[in-house]
Design a protein around this ligand. Structure first.
Ligand code: NAD
Ligand code: UDP
Ligand code: UDP
Length: 338
């Protein structure tokens, strides 16, 4: 039996997965590595609200205490400053492994994806915990198949500037499957497509955060290349719902988690103009090496087996991110003419 279906509404999951109505679900002990980051902190919010005990393991490489400060002092919340490249001993039921240098400016050489993932798999094996890996659509490289289904093996340059990230995540998937097959570990693999929302890093160079920050600061929106390359943008609450369904379900995956709505970078710039400032200028810049031309998830598998699909469109989600960015960039003072 699959872990979900259209008959299971979002709210029934929040109330405790597949536990029959009226029965109280046992509270779980859950580790979220990278829980001080953008996606991780939203996941922690949901897990705490659901009644679970959460231990965040984060070295604050790109994450911030601010993202979690509202849980400080909560009896079911713990925050450990720790680099997952070093071993750690914990007793838990589930591990959401998100720790990763997640943005192009932070890729470079970093062993987190390989060594960090190995340590978390070792931890999961020792205590018999279920392990969820947040992999990425980057495993498809510059895809020759469109849209991308999970069965596609990808088109990745092993020696390019982005390969530390792509190949790091591909290795993390391999390690997870080896622990699954070799040690009977319960693993779950999500391949996440471009995600945006409140708490995203402001200056980490990703396109949505760049455009939003630029429009708010009255700077030109920097479009790389001809701006005709495409991406599909998923709102963070949809992703978190998908991750929790995947963890609670019975399927290993990998599962694509993304919003199939596909936009060129020029179209994205237009949406940002609509939402923030119709007078925002656009400026073209040279593109980065090995930039994927097209990317859009085929989410049939997640729809069928997890009963999941995104519900928040770009035009609905973007304003939430804009108010968060406005607050963080300008503090309490209002940006009068936006
Ligand atoms: P993020 O940078 O906001 O979060 C990553 C977190 O990991 C940060 O809090 C960082 O401090 C922490 N971290 C990094 N290295 C660490 C280490 N060695 N030890 C402990 N903590 C460490 O990024 P995010 O967007 O929230 O991404 C979360 C996960 O989702 C990542 O694994 C990323 O690869 C994956 N993902 C995200 C997207 C997206 O569009 N946001 C797309 C594909 C995949
Ligand atoms: N590990 C960890 N916490 C644990 C168990 C293991 O950090 O609770 C690390 C361990 O230090 C090792 C990695 O996970 O580097 C893989 O552990 P495993 O037991 O699978 O491999 P082995 O140590 O047998 O090579
Ligand atoms: N991009 C852009 N302007 C920016 C930042 C990025 O046009 O200021 C482009 C980038 O070249 C790529 C797309 O936006 O084609 C998505 O880039 P991002 O780094 O956000 O995500 P990824 O490449 O990992 O999908």
């Amino acid at each position: 039996e699959s872990g979900g279906g259209d008959h299971i509404g979002w709210s029934s999951l929040s109330a405790g997965g597949r536990v029959p109505l009226g029965l109280k679900r046992k509270s779980l002990r859950i580790v979220v590595t990278g829980g001080a980051g953008f996606v991780g902190s939203h996941l922690v919010d949901r897990l705490i609200a659901r009644g679970d005990s959460v231990i965040v393991v984060d070295n604050f490489f790109t994450g911030r205490k601010d993202n979690l400060v509202h849980h400080f002092g909560h009896p079911r919340f713990e925050l450990i400053r720790h680099d997952v490249v070093e071993p750690i001993l914990l007793e838990v039921d589930q591990i959401y492994h998100l720790a990763c240098p997640a943005s192009p400016v932070h890729y470079k050489f970093n062993p987190t994806n390989v060594v960090g993932t190995l340590n978390m798999l070792g931890l999961a094996k020792r205590v018999g915990a279920r392990f969820l890996l947040t992999s990425t659509s980057e495993v498809y490289g510059d895809p020759l198949q469109h849209p991308q289904a999970e069965s596609y093996w990808g088109n990745v340059n092993p020696i390019g500037v982005r390969s530390c990230y792509d190949e790091g995540k591909r290795t993390a998937e391999t390690l997870s499957m080896d622990y699954h097959r070799g040690h009977g570990l319960e693993v779950r693999i999500a391949r996440i497509f471009n995600t945006y929302g409140p708490r995203m890093c402001i200056d980490d160079g990703r396109v949505v955060s760049n455009f939003v920050a630029q429009a708010l600061r009255k700077e030109p929106l920097t479009v790389y290349g001809d701006g005709k390359q495409t991406r599909s943008f998923q709102y963070v609450s949809d992703l978190v719902e998908g991750l929790m369904r995947l963890m609670e379900g019975d399927h290993v995956g990998p599962f694509n988690l993304g919003n199939p709505g596909e936009f060129t970078m020029l179209e994205l710039a237009q949406v940002v103009q609509e939402v923030i400032d119709p007078n925002a200028k656009i400026e073209f810049r040279p593109n980065t090496e090995d930039d994927p031309h097209k990317r859009r998830p085929d989410i049939s598998k997640a729809k069928e087996l997890l009963g999941w699909e995104p519900v928040v469109s770009l035009r609905k989600g973007l304003p939430h991110m804009v108010s968060d960015f406005r607050q963080r960039i300008f503090g309490d003072q209002k940006d009068s003419d936006a």
